[in-house]
Design a binder for this molecule. Sequence first.
Ligand SMILES: CC(C)(COP(=O)(O)OP(=O)(O)OC[C@H]1O[C@@H](n2cnc3c(N)ncnc32)[C@H](O)[C@@H]1OP(=O)(O)O)[C@@H](O)C(=O)NCCC(=O)NCCS
Length: 209
Amino acid sequence: MGYQVRDYVVDDEPSWLRCRVLSFLGAALHEKVLVAKPEVSGAELVAVDGDVVVGILDLAVDGELATIEAVAVHPDHQHRGIGGALLSRARARALALGATTLDAWTRDDAPTLRWYRGMGFGESDHHPHVFADHHTSADEPARAVVARPGLRAVKAVLHADLGEEARSRREFARVRVCRRFAIALRGELAGRGDDVDHRAVAQDRHRQR
Ligand SMILES: CC(C)(COP(=O)(O)OP(=O)(O)OC[C@H]1O[C@@H](n2cnc3c(N)ncnc32)[C@H](O)[C@@H]1OP(=O)(O)O)[C@@H](O)C(=O)NCCC(=O)NCCS
């Protein structure tokens, strides 16, 4: 199969959405289904086989920090270098837009963690996510959040402090670790992650999502 990496165009949207949802089906982020493509500030890249989107990469650039908002390859097309090709194009685009660090947040899927490490990223931060769901256990949501009078929590996703991880794992069935991977785009730091200031900025931004 041949594929081409190019910029996303509006007509790609149905194929982009299909590619994204199928790519994430087997991943820890599977429940985050989108029905419209979000706009991002940096670059919107796709890998296409003819008119069919088989890989996506959205990049947000804010000053010197470029963040991969989404990277996904259709399951029928993984392990053929498409993710690597998208990443390589994204790195060049991020550099051209003035970024010095490229980062991404991902949950604990072993193949994805291996992929980021294999692509030269270093892990620079992590924190647990707690999923409290009444389908898992009727009282999980109430153990996680206090709803205001008149409302009853049925599902909640919470960022937990690192010190809360062991306790959260005892109390909730689903706790996934959210990890930040980063790579420096130029200079001596290339391949070694990034500096502390970027990490703090990225953490703040991530918590606001
Ligand atoms: C992570 C992901 C984007 C990687 O995409 P991909 O196209 O499979 O990536 P690549 O093909 O470039 O690399 C994957 C593996 O194939 C290998 N590979 C690369 N080119 C290859 C080729 N031509 N033939 C065989 N193997 C190849 C790579 O060495 C790599 O090996 P590793 O996983 O053991 O390190 C993809 O697996 C995916 O969409 N996962 C689900 C969604 C997800 O979790 N996204 C990240 C969330 S932040």
